[in-house]
Design a protein around this ligand. Sequence first.
Ligand code: NAP
Ligand code: SF4
Length: 672
Amino acid sequence: MSPYAQMLSPLDLGHVVLPNRVLMGSMHTGLEETGDWNRVAEFYAERARGGVGLMVTGGMAPNREGGVFPGAAGLFTPADIANHRRVTDRVHAAGGRIAMQILHAGRYAYGPECVSASAVKSPISPFQPRALDETGIEKQISDIVTAAARAREAGYDGVEVMGSEGYFLNQFLVRHVNRRDDRWGGSYENRMRLPVEVVARVRAAVGRDFILIYRISLIDLVPDGSSWAEVVQLARAIEAAGASLLNTGIGWHEARVPTIATSVPRAAFTWLTARLRPEVGIPVIASNRINTPELAESILASGQADMVSMARPFLADPDFVAKAAAGRADEIAPCIACNQACLDHTFSGKISSCLVNPRAGHETELPVTPAAVPKAIAVVGAGPAGMAAAITAAGRGHRVTLFERAAEIGGQLTLAREVPGKEEFRGLVGWFATMIARSGVTLRLGTEAVPAALAGFDEVIIATGVSARDPGIATDPRASVLGYAEVLRGARVGARVAIVGAGGIGFDVAEYLTQSGESATLHPAEWRREWGVGDPALSPGGLAEPAPAAPARAVTLLQRKPEKPGRKLGKTTGWIHRAQLAARGVKMLGGVNYERIAPEGLHVSFGAARENPTLIEADAVVLCAGQTSNRGLAEALAALGRPCHIIGGADVAGELDAKRAIDQGTRLALSL
Ligand code: NAP
Ligand code: SF4
């Protein structure tokens, strides 16, 4: 029997039987807005071929005022319907099923036309919404119903009505946004009238033989959010109104609690899905931070849910289900929940992709084809760039030898995985090891590649990575100065620490050094305490007073730029790192000059005039001042007139991250 018997078992929805219990959750990819519908169709078709039971598209706007941003895609014209028909046809031809999400953003719509229950601005939007009158509410309902009918016309198998995450329907449910005193406000009966009416009228419009998913907010994580009794009341009413499935939503977008970042424990919120399940008769879907078939299986086998939703894991690996079913689960490329190439892209107006799988969203541009002429390829350096190049090239039929000076693979990833809250990187290194072995790459660990050893290869790829930059600060030999790599590998560090450099690694090192005991990411109850996640049955919205653990050390994080440290961290995760360090009492200083490092600490001054000399008392100074490229081998080859490809940190060290490294390695290997 498969170890994933529950996950792979069918789910009977009456008019249709889903082949398994895995839902690809909705993600905004930005592909629809490119206007390249072949690209959109191929994105979903590739995932349909990978065996997922049901997919949900990114949110489609029901009308202009409800779009997340001006120009957000929707089914407004016959041409739109025809475009969506290309997607559904391709998905059905691949044996898949797909539902369209209808997303009305309400006051989260990024534009002056936005509407809501009352004219109450969201803390994360510059736009004050217009309070809808009775006619306006009717228009919104009928636009949502029309979108559902058009989805059916476009060939979708169903729709998902987005009722969580603080969007339009969710806004009507809570008093702090819904200040109305008409039949749409006041009592809970009135506040939930809108979502219930929407579901009933969508059902009436699309008929019984159409999947209707409602995404319900189980814990709002905002002050004055819904109580658990209200959640249950709504769930029952939504079921009675005709929904086929209840999907889980966690936290409003304005919540100050992370809900999907990598530091959130896996399956951190399935206890709420488990609590809802016995209250209703329709299947409920668990969501958030589920990324392995083992976890999906345990959630289903323990009765916490009827189905499991994973979104980003299908960017990382479209074949998630097929590989699990074929007994090759260890080949599933893991989503590490970093957001770096998916949500961070979305919020920067770029197409969503994936750090682990740069082909995501670029399927038509980056097809994987067998090599026309299999070659002997040497890759030097088994960091992310080199490993990605090696496995991609070998997968295409090249004969690849991967040289690594260290005794293990991973490069900088072996440091990232030591940071509390970044445990997912362990799985990424493990996956690379599996794929190197399975793809037939010859791995030469503990081997420093020299030019002579590279003779005889048709192509040489240099991925020799980076070395920590020495910032050249005047240093007393009696002072304790450490590099970040030494620290993350376990060097002893005193009680008071000054960190030079407040980039991604400075922040990581500060988290590592202030962590007392084990990472809360591995201990969900502790994590909930730290972030103030309570029980919505006890406090509406499920917020409690955060109780961060006492920091293990006193840390000061410094940079020369006269700006707030951490400004350049990830768009969707930077706030989490800043909040975490603030909760641990880390002092952050910008605009410093490093004068000297002494046994008593780090002497700094401020500004161009080097004013205000200050001693940052510290038992140790840790250098996190960026990196420089390791190009010795590349230069030696160049001197011999031998061509090579240079990728990753060896190519450009500045602001290098695994996303750029893996992308560059993959693209190069696809071109050889
Ligand atoms: P980084 O982000 O470039 O930061 C380097 C830091 O060192 C900056 O704070 C810089 O600030 C300082 N610095 C640069 N030159 C210096 C000098 N000569 N003397 C003193 N200070 C100097 O590099 P990183 O922190 O090493 O990270 C490397 C890459 O990994 C980055 O792309 C980063 O985004 C990525 N990464 C990402 C994450 C993540 O969570 N997404 C985590 C870790 C690393 P000043 O010049 O203002 O002093
Ligand atoms: Fe997951 Fe990171 Fe890929 Fe996004 S970019 S899908 S979070 S691994």
